[in-house]
Design a protein around this ligand. Structure first.
Ligand code: DSN
Length: 418
């Protein structure tokens, strides 16, 4: 993308924008929560809607001049509902964290309990990490995997803890778990203890929308929260979807505005509407399926190498690799080394990690962005082989970087996905 006005008017910012364009074009993005949006989404993000205040909801705003904002928000809501089989959608959360915070305050009173996934077993910061303010307000308790090598969740223990602690929310979802969950079990435990079943689908929203992963609503989940910029390939943002309860949906709307947010970012909502339209296109189904095939191809290479992947492999878009056990290198060092080779991923704690959070044992990587660029299984396997080369040899990073650049330039970042 070019920035003629910024180039003319603000050289300092321009240098960083141009640098980032080049970094993305010439490197490979393997952070599983990142993706490349279409030119249409970028145009909406840069549109005049950024100038507009629109507190409230369509038809019920606190400011005038809403004839176009209302239309854009209704489009985003209707498309979101269609994509996920939801009865209600709130498209105003500015990000995934905002969506989760609003969801907690909509459903809980201070002091109430949430049963969520253990953070080192794949859960997320907003699922009650001690560093967040959420833990000052609510009581978070945990379930874990029964077997880290297969990824099986300990549902018996989850039921036992739920009966004992009477949580108001049973929270499914993750940011570093490579397997599908047994949604029916979550819902049956929630029903048994009278909790609301909530799934944070941020990581796999695109897989669900594209029909490549199961939809938690089909199993009776009450609420789903998500970001819109990961596998869903939309602008940076969040969203709350409610299955069929009008009462819960109303609580969500009140919690988002005026509970936690002021004016919605209407340029972002227009971009969400566009991205949801793209995800409704039949080609998105092919994309979602290819993400998983590409992950399988990468996992196959690591498996053949004898590397240790948490849960033994992947059903979705991400792999969590124990770099320390597999290659004798910490997650932090692996991240830096691969960065030098033009491969971007992130260090990540593995289950019950004994290393420190800033330099854990694992690395987390995945295929959504590469798949947007048109990588197939063979090319994904080639990327895995380059990674293994870098992690084992460590010295020949320059050769790897050349190979990565060649692969990247052969797959330009597309501007549309027709
Ligand atoms: N930071 C996101 C991720 O990488 O998974 C989650 O918020």
């Amino acid at each position: 993308m070019e920035f003629p006005f910024i180039e003319k008017e603000d050289q300092e910012v321009y240098a960083s924008l141009a640098g980032e364009e080049k970094r993305q074009a010439e490197g490979l993005e393997l952070i599983p929560s990142e993706n490349y949006v279409s030119r249409a989404v970028k145009e909406a993000m840069a549109s005049s809607l950024t100038n507009k205040y629109a507190e409230g909801y369509p038809g019920k705003r606190y400011y005038g001049g809403q004839e176009f904002t209302d239309n854009v928000e209704i489009l985003a809501i209707e498309r979101a509902k269609k994509l996920f089989g939801a009865a209600y959608a709130n498209v105003q959360p500015l990000g995934g964290a905002n969506a989760n915070i609003a969801m907690y305050f909509a459903l809980l009173q201070p002091g109430d309990t949430i049963l969520g996934m253990d953070l080192s077993h794949g859960g997320h910061l907003t699922h009650g990490h001690p560093v967040t303010y959420l833990t000052k307000v609510f009581n978070f308790i945990r379930y874990k995997m029964k077997d880290v090598e297969t990824g099986e969740i300990d549902y018996d223990d989850m039921l036992r803890v739920a009966k004992e602690s009477k949580p108001k929310i049973i929270l499914a979802g993750f940011s570093a778990y490579p397997r599908e969950l047994d949604y029916a079990k979550f819902v049956s435990i929630a029903r048994e203890v009278g909790a609301v079943a909530v799934m944070d689908i941020a990581h796999i929203a695109g897989l669900i929308a594209g029909g490549a992963a199961k939809n938690p609503f089909d199993y009776g989940f009450d609420v789903m929260t998500t970001t819109t910029h990961k596998t869903l390939r939309g602008p940076r943002g969040g969203m709350i979807l409610t299955h069929d309860s009008e009462e819960i949906a109303k609580k969500m709307d009140k919690a988002v505005f005026p509970g936690f947010q002021g004016g919605p970012h209407m340029h972002q909502i227009a971009a969400k509407a566009i991205a949801f339209g793209e995800a409704l296109h039949p080609s998105f189904k092919t994309y979602a399926k290819q993400i998983i095939s590409n992950t399988h191809a990468m996992a196959g290479v690591f498996k053949a190498q004898g590397a240790r992947m948490i849960t033994g492999g992947s059903d979705n878009h991400l792999i969590l690799l124990d770099a320390w056990t597999s290659f004798g290198i910490s997650g932090g060092e692996a991240e830096t080394l691969l960065d030098h080779a033009g491969i971007t991923l992130n260090k990540n704690a593995i289950a019950d990690d004994t290393r420190k959070p800033m330099d854990p044992s694992g690395i987390r990587f995945g295929t959504p962005a590469m798949t947007t660029r048109g990588f197939n299984e063979a090319e994904s396997a080639q990327v895995a082989s380059i990674m293994i080369d870098v992690l084992t040899k460590r010295t020949d990073v320059a050769t790897a970087k050349e190979e990565v650049k060649k692969l990247a330039l052969a797959h330009p970042i597309p501007e549309s996905f027709g």
